[in-house]
Design a protein around this ligand. Structure first.
Ligand SMILES: Cc1cc2nc3c(=O)[nH]c(=O)nc-3n(C[C@H](O)[C@H](O)[C@H](O)COP(=O)(O)OP(=O)(O)OC[C@H]3O[C@@H](n4cnc5c(N)ncnc54)[C@H](O)[C@@H]3O)c2cc1C
Length: 296
């Protein structure tokens, strides 16, 4: 059902995440003839030595083996699988989605978020204390409040670079804090501080960042774009309802945004292979219905 838009393929659905939820959803969409692309990387399930509570494996199965078999299974039905990291998801005026990865940009009529549970990516003293009071996770949502102010962006890779471009429309006074990481992208003409951060300090609101060497810098705000972007990060930017870091979905795994679905650990308080597979199935079937109803 996919078609070419200029040189580019318009996918019927792009699935972000190749764990049990994403792969199960693609089984349904690909077998129904939807042009399906799955983008993802390593799943934590691979660390599972023996999965003993999943239906049908009487002697258990390693997480790694389950992942390998799942991918093999969907490739049989024509699913494209790409190992890449999604750094941004945009909803366009035409009602379709643009998915930006480290290496490319893809278009889709519908998107499934299936990036697993939100891992705490960075541990810095007091970071939680200042959430919403100087510490933010979404430049699109909160960057506006820092117009012309001095801001730090916590990150070191393509995801942070994408957020930097967004932040620059609000203020030119942005520094990059890598918290000890070497930057892996070219941030251009911008201050980059690679020192390890000891803590964030302030009274009610964030005041300064204190480094391990005892020195400090004052900032009005810090935006966190560290490591890999999660489904919750994408969802926040699009105005999706989130409870904590769990994406709000209805019984069809639909979010409150048209054409955007979520399944698996990112949208569930029960984090198991069986639930991820079940939700992936529901999402896949409802995406088929959604794309067919679009009629374009
Ligand atoms: C050590 C361990 C043991 C476990 N044992 C069991 C068990 O015995 N039984 C059981 O039922 N469950 C077990 N679990 C839980 C199980 O692994 C999860 O519930 C299940 O993997 C969730 O599936 P998912 O598809 O939602 O997410 P995941 O399997 O976490 O997959 C997420 C996918 O999203 C990708 N991704 C994330 N961010 C991005 C991005 N920005 N761009 C592109 N891709 C991205 C990841 O690379 C990955 O491919 C275990 C988990 C662990 C860590």
């Amino acid at each position: 059902m996919g078609y070419m838009r200029g040189e580019k393929i318009m996918y019927d659905v792009i699935i972000i995440g190749k764990g049990p939820a994403g792969i199960s959803a693609s089984l349904y969409t690909a077998r129904a003839g939807l042009k399906t692309l799955v983008i993802g990387g390593y799943s934590d399930l691979s660390k599972g030595h023996s999965i003993d509570n999943y239906y049908g494996f009487d002697s258990g199965i390693s997480g790694e083996e389950l992942i390998i078999r799942g991918e093999k299974q969907v490739k049989r039905f024509g699913t494209d699988i790409i190992g890449d990291m999604v750094i941004a998801l945009e909803y366009e005026d035409n009602g379709f989605y643009k998915v930006k990865t480290k290496n490319s940009v893809y278009d889709a009529k519908a998107v499934l978020l299936a990036t697993g549970s939100n891992k705490k990516k960075i541990k810095i003293n007091n970071i939680q204390k200042f959430e919403g009071k100087g510490v933010h996770y979404c430049t699109t949502c909160d960057g506006y409040f820092y117009r012309g102010k001095k801001v730090a962006l916590l990150g070191y890779n393509e995801y942070a670079l994408n957020e930097l471009e967004d932040m620059k429309q609000f203020t030119p006074y942005v520094s990059i804090l890598t918290n000890g990481m070497e930057p892996v992208v070219d941030f251009g003409e911008i201050e980059i501080i690679t020192k390890k951060i000891k803590s964030l300090e302030g009274d009610e609101y964030l005041d300064k960042v204190v480094y391990e060497d005892g020195q400090y810098d004052e900032f009005d705000g810090i935006f966190v774009a560290y490591g890999t972007a999660s489904s919750a990060d994408f969802a926040r930017k699009l105005g999706v309802i989130i409870n904590g870091n769990i994406i709000g979905v209805d019984e069809d795994q639909k979010t409150n945004i048209q054409g955007l679905f979520a399944a698996g650990d990112c949208s569930s308080s029960i984090k198991q292979v069986a639930t991820a597979v079940g939700q992936g199935c529901v999402a896949g079937m409802k995406i088929i219905e959604y794309v067919r109803n679009l009629g374009r």
